[in-house]
Design a protein around this ligand. Structure first.
Ligand code: HEC
Length: 159
């Protein structure tokens, strides 16, 4: 009787032990998704910041803006895939509205693709006035997605 019970105890223990790493692995997977989508966005952010500093200070050359715009254009194609999985818990500043209004979110990503694509062309043309206007239009594409879909500053998680 005692033996039977301890066997059962062992079996329960084994099941418990097996399920701990499994649930950790699942949780970590979500974490990896979050990291990936945030890295995609951080890359866009870095190229955007480089565009700004280049435009204002001619650093190192305004011609570089076209390259940064191209990087943003390319990364914009990754946004929909990076956010496809609905993860609203944990270290994320994404609003649940993304998955309630997926088409609007996907359209906002597409819009960034269009505006940054135009920015590539304008930067190559060397028309500085048009360049300023197109930088503004591209910045608006960021804001038009962040406003409905990214938490406001005061609600963001801190790293
Ligand atoms: C289609 C929607 C969308 C567009 C367009 C968009 N963003 Fe984002 N961005 C988000 C969301 C959502 C988050 C929050 C992600 C999270 O925390 O999981 C985010 C987060 C960020 C972050 C923080 C990344 C990090 O390290 O956590 C930066 C920087 C950023 N965006 C910059 C930009 C810039 C610059 C543009 C335009 C050139 C832009 N974004 C366009 C949706 C968008």
């Amino acid at each position: 009787m005692i033996r039977k019970r301890s066997m059962l105890g062992m079996a329960v223990l084994v099941v418990v032990c097996l399920s701990i790493p499994l649930s950790n692995a699942l949780a970590q997977k979500d974490e990896n998704y979050l990291t990936y989508r945030q890295k995609v966005m951080a890359g866009i952010g870095a190229n955007w910041a480089a565009t700004g500093v280049s435009l204002k200070n001619n650093l190192p050359s305004k011609a570089n803006i076209g390259v940064h715009a191209e990087a943003i254009h390319n990364a914009s194609k990754l946004i929909a895939g990076a956010f496809k999985k609905e993860i609203t818990e944990g270290k994320t500043d994404a609003k649940p509205d993304i998955w309630q209004d997926w088409q609007k979110f996907a359209d906002a990503a597409k819009k960034l693709g269009e505006e940054s694509g135009k920015l590539v062309e304008v930067a190559e043309s060397g028309d500085m006035e048009a360049l300023g206007a197109q930088v503004k239009a591209t910045g608006k594409a960021c804001g038009d997605c962040h406003k409905p879909f990214r938490k406001p500053k005061e609600e963001r998680f801190k790293r």
